[in-house]
Design a protein around this ligand. Structure first.
Ligand code: CTP
Length: 229
């Protein structure tokens, strides 16, 4: 979307919730397990929804320094469990939910009270627990008419192309729409542009041509607005 292009006000009166950024799973008071998400795509989704008239809550985990988006309520979280609590609260009564956050699948089983020290021996083993799948939980608890959108960062591998993985993930997660980004080779993470496919639970499949994250956000909101009727 180029600056100055008029955006439709088709989300006026709608309440939407977007998650963004990467969760951080604390290991001790100074260390965490994290990921490379910058939060740019989630912020673009929040900004574009606000420009299209929605009341937007942005639940933001760790992000690059992106500035506060105008006319958006921002809730800051750290870990996946905090993100889950914030999403549960924010999505009550919402018309649409977009899970653009990169949620850590695992967290350290225990948070060490003090900084973990070298003692000259073998490094201590890292014990991990599985985090809840927040998207699956939101789908299971969704209110009638609420549209739920997931994201999937996929690399092609010997067992299939990104789209093949995306279709399987859409079925597994049960959301209405899934944005599939092809990642690896510097694509999607920490860069301004994005591309991929938008898959619908109704079998629809739209190519998302390479473009700004705001443009991709617009395509997502087009599809959400169509489903909200
Ligand atoms: N997600 C979530 N909770 C998790 C993991 C992922 O809500 N614990 C959401 C993400 O926000 C995203 C979607 O699920 O919208 C897909 O995330 P992804 O990391 O691609 O999926 P995983 O379930 O972790 O699958 P994979 O086995 O490919 O890692």
């Amino acid at each position: 979307m180029e600056r100055g292009d008029a955006l439709p006000r088709d989300l006026a009166g709608r309440r939407v919730v977007v998650s963004a950024g990467g969760t951080r799973e604390a290991l001790d008071p100074v260390r965490y397990l994290g990921n490379r998400s910058s939060g740019r795509q989630g912020y673009a989704l929040a900004r574009v929804a606000a420009q299209r008239g929605a009341h937007v809550t942005l639940v933001a985990a760790h992000t690059a320094d992106l500035g506060e988006p105008a006319a958006v309520d921002v809730v800051r979280v750290g870990s996946a469990l905090e993100l889950r609590d914030a999403m549960r609260a924010a999505t009550k009564g919402a018309d649409a939910v977009v899970m653009a956050a990169a949620v850590a699948d695992f967290r350290p089983t225990a948070l060490a009270e003090h900084k973990i020290k070298k003692d000259g021996g073998d490094p201590p083993p890292l014990q991990l627990a599985l985090n809840p799948d927040i998207l699956v939980e939101l789908v299971a608890g969704r209110e009638p008419g609420q549209v739920v959108v997931g994201f999937a960062a996929e690399t092609g591998d010997e067992s299939g192309d990104p789209l093949h993985h995306g279709r399987a993930k859409l079925a597994r997660k049960g959301c209405d729409l899934l944005v599939v980004n092809a990642v690896g080779d510097g694509r999607a993470f920490e860069v301004p542009d994005n591309s991929g496919w938008l898959l619908g639970a109704d079998g629809s499949e739209q190519v998302l041509e390479p473009g700004s994250k705001a443009l991709l956000a617009s395509r997502v909101w087009d599809a959400v607005a169509a489903r909200l009727g």
